[in-house]
Ligand binder design. Sequence first.
Ligand SMILES: Nc1nc2c(c(=O)[nH]1)N[C@H]1C(S)=C(S)[C@@H](COP(=O)(O)O)O[C@H]1N2
Ligand SMILES: [Mo]
Length: 260
Amino acid sequence: MNEPFKLRRRLKRRTFLQRAAAASALALAGCDAISRNESAQRILNSVEPLNEALAKLVGRKALAQEFSEKDISPTFRSNGSDDPGTPQYNAWAGNGFADYRLTVGGLCEVPRAFSLAEVRALPSRTQITRHDCVEGWSAIAKWKGVRLSAILDVVKPAPEARYVMLYCADPMAADGTDLYYESIDFDDARHEQTILAYDLNDAPLPVANGAPLRLRVERQLGYKHAKFLTGLEFVATFANIAGGKGGYWEDQGYQWYAGI
Ligand SMILES: Nc1nc2c(c(=O)[nH]1)N[C@H]1C(S)=C(S)[C@@H](COP(=O)(O)O)O[C@H]1N2
Ligand SMILES: [Mo]
């Protein structure tokens, strides 16, 4: 079975699950006791997309499927930006990222910057997973990176923080503005498989795939996996950041919660 076909099958299954969730939401509408239940209420009020509500009902801790070495795709293509090309990024890359720093701040107790060596010294996870891009391709690869939860344990986000903003080095506009960015909530930030990857298929992450650090958030679609990370920020709301929808593609109309 080729990869695009697999993806189509997966998307079909998702549509089925969404219909099932819609049907059960309708069934719940008749039941007072359950409609007072908080997560049922969220679905009934349709304040969030169905797939996000469904993920909450099914449980956000479930793991994405993992594969074995023999399943790894011969190549992992690059999509979107393949090189930020800014003076700052060129300087970092030109020096093997020795001077690179990941800045972590916002609503937290211990804001700080991490060198790549410091990131590599924190608890890591290695996983072979499938990346699904909305443009209709998927690929299986092996990723190794720092557990995002390990970074959170160091910087200690404040209780009022609701999202982790992920800022990237690559400008999306020709004039060098509009840096790519993304955001995830703490369910995903603390998820077992959520890592900031520094290795792809046992080699340092290539520039085209987001060197030196890129997010892997395995329960979501490709555009959530922010590449060329420069900083993380803990916020209570992203309404006043860039277009206000929590990500570069979200600002163009994509769903904020891209669950698969
Ligand atoms: N900074 C940044 N991150 C990004 C993108 C991008 O253009 N810039 N593209 C996204 C999209 S749409 C996909 S499918 C994946 C592609 O990752 P890859 O280049 O390693 O294949 O990165 C995502 N993260
Ligand atoms: Mo994508």
